[in-house]
Design a protein around this ligand. Structure first.
Ligand SMILES: [Zn+2]
Length: 553
């Protein structure tokens, strides 16, 4: 017999990138928010986590109901899991999780492209949907704007995100408040003995270090930063006293070619990278030696960080503390956690004055770096910042012309500002304020509301758009979907007969549209039976979720 949970608490489902597994900003945000909302004791919380399987020892710290999205490669369900790119982001189990937990509220913190599939579920109407999209540039794709309009409340990461939503949706976005992310101040703090820290890593306490921490990916402007640093060095008499420290991943999916850029810029002797020992796990700064080098501490193999092998948070704090100044050089960005963490660690900060990092550097009282112009990106159709390197050179000259002690003192001030303005507690309070002020409308929270759903047959004898709209009206009976971009796009694809999906060019016809709609109808038929009391096909991940909740009651 199933355990009967008390029904007196609001049920909240966080649809997430696993809150324990990730080295990503999203995972960090989920971990901090879910733990606080759950520990408030006011709600019944569940997490539906992409990039997580069941029985992972790392989820021991998870104290709430926990639905895992992934299955192992030897699982009979793995082929289905791999059959659609969106399944990795939760599509294939989303409705099962909704039907098992029947939440009142769902919360999303990722990029819209990762979660917009939730908008097309016929179960959408039973939940109050809070979206906190990481808006990293503008203008936003029309399909995403459609999805934001569907949100019942939006809590953008930054003032920039709020501005984009308000401007592009012409005041129709239901922005509750901006909820800036926080920092973990137990991990990221100023290390007062800077001389001792540098000696530990064999770095001369008198040299000057400009630092940047980021994945090795297109959006991060390593070549521009290196070029600006070269120009800055050319203004200095004692070039050997200045280093650029890049704490980055290599190899990565589409990495910058550091070997080539370092030679082109004549920077081989002035750039440091992090390496981590595979034996003693210690990190240390080193000049470029490609992927592998010898550990400075134990002599064994040391490698550059990669997404599966990153410096520990404690080491990351030491890395930030080795820098004299932190520079965020990216062409777009939603929140940019390293920028906040560097400030928490007491390092003065500079960042390109665009998108989320622009909002954050202003809020921290750091140096906003001018852009040269904005340029369109083919993948996102949004604007990307082209940095004004001359401005960074001028700011670095100004920075290093000040006595070191003044810069260190300013770093402590940056830490103080960060403490006040970037707090996970405040962030969670804003979410809970939003939740506590919810006014449900329509069917939200009414999972038990019974309706007769009998899909009607639609004759296939009209033109494509009429046929699709009839399938929505009479078959699916979800008129809300008509005239959405999802459906407009489907009709357009089939009328033209061809479309590109990023991986290749695909042929489409009326049958393709029909299959999409018939699948939605079948899903609805199955879900309605379950809402009426038929048992849900109880899978291992649901049992696991329930056990996780029960053992932590
Ligand atoms: Zn070692």
């Amino acid at each position: 017999m199933k355990y009967q949970f008390k029904q007196d608490k609001l049920k909240i489902l966080f649809v997430s990138e696993s809150s324990y597994a990730g080295n990503t900003g999203f995972a960090n945000y989920y971990k901090n928010l879910i733990s606080r909302v759950h520990e408030s004791g006011k709600y019944r919380c569940a997490e539906f986590a992409s990039f997580a399987g069941i029985n992972d020892p790392r989820d021991e710290q998870v104290k709430h109901r926990f639905y895992a999205n992934e299955v192992a490669p030897n699982d009979p369900r793995h082929a289905q899991f791999q059959s659609n790119e969106l399944n990795k982001l939760g599509l294939w189990r989303y409705e099962k999780v909704l039907l098992d937990f029947m939440p009142d509220v769902t919360i999303e913190l990722r990029d819209c492209t990762m979660y917009s599939y939730q908008d097309f579920s016929h179960l959408r109407k039973y939940v109050y949907w809070i979206q906190a999209p990481a808006i990293d540039s503008g203008p936003q794709i029309n399909a995403w704007l459609d999805c934001y309009l569907s949100a019942d409340a939006i809590l953008p990461y930054t003032d920039y995100g709020k501005k984009v939503l308000e401007e592009e949706l012409h005041g129709r976005a239901k922005v509750f408040k901006v909820a800036y992310p926080g920092a973990d101040y137990k991990t990221f703090f100023p290390i007062t003995n800077k001389v001792g820290l540098r000696q530990k890593y064999g770095i001369d306490p008198n040299i000057n270090i400009v630092g940047f921490c980021a994945r090795n990916q297109i959006r991060k402007l390593f070549p521009n930063l290196m070029e600006a640093f070269r120009k800055f060095l050319d203004t200095q008499l004692h070039q050997q006293d200045y280093y650029l420290y890049l704490n980055t991943t290599h190899p990565d999916l589409k990495p910058w070619n550091f070997s080539k850029i370092l030679v082109e810029m004549g920077l081989t002797n002035n750039v440091l990278f992090s390496y981590i020992c595979t034996k003693c796990q210690q990190f240390f700064p080193n000049k470029w030696n490609d992927v592998n080098t010898k550990c400075r501490f134990c002599g064994e193999l040391a490698i550059m960080p990669r997404i599966s092998y990153m410096p520990t948070p404690q080491h990351l704090n030491e890395i930030y503390n080795l820098f004299d100044v932190y520079v965020q050089y990216a062409n777009a960005g939603g929140a940019e956690f390293p920028l906040i963490e560097a400030a928490a660690a007491g390092t003065p900060v500079m960042a390109i004055d665009y998108a989320g990092m622009g909002s954050i550097v202003h809020r921290l009282g750091g140096v906003p770096l001018k852009t040269y112009c904005l340029s369109k990106d083919i993948n996102t159709e949004a604007d990307r910042a082209i940095p004004n390197n001359e401005h960074l050179v001028e700011e670095l000259k100004r920075f290093f012309s000040r006595p070191k002690q003044i810069n260190i003192r300013n770093g402590f001030k940056t830490h103080e500002v960060c403490l006040k303005k970037f707090s996970w507690d405040v962030n969670a309070d804003i979410f809970m304020e939003c939740i506590d002020n919810i006014q449900f409308t329509g069917r939200q929270g009414k999972w038990g509301l019974q309706e007769d759903y009998v899909p009607q047959q639609v004759p296939d004898n009209s033109k494509l758009s009429d046929y699709i709209n009839q399938l929505i009206d009479l078959g699916l009976q979800e008129p809300r979907l008509k005239n959405t971009l999802f459906i407009d796009d489907l009709i357009k694809k089939c009328e033209i007969g061809i479309y590109t999906n990023g991986n290749g060019i695909m042929n489409t016809d009326k049958n393709y549209a029909q299959t999409v709609l018939v699948n939605l109808i079948n899903q609805k038929i199955a879900a309605e039976l379950i809402r009426k009391g038929s048992p849900l096909d109880y899978e291992d991940f649901m049992m696991y979720a329930e056990t996780k909740e029960l053992v932590n009651l």
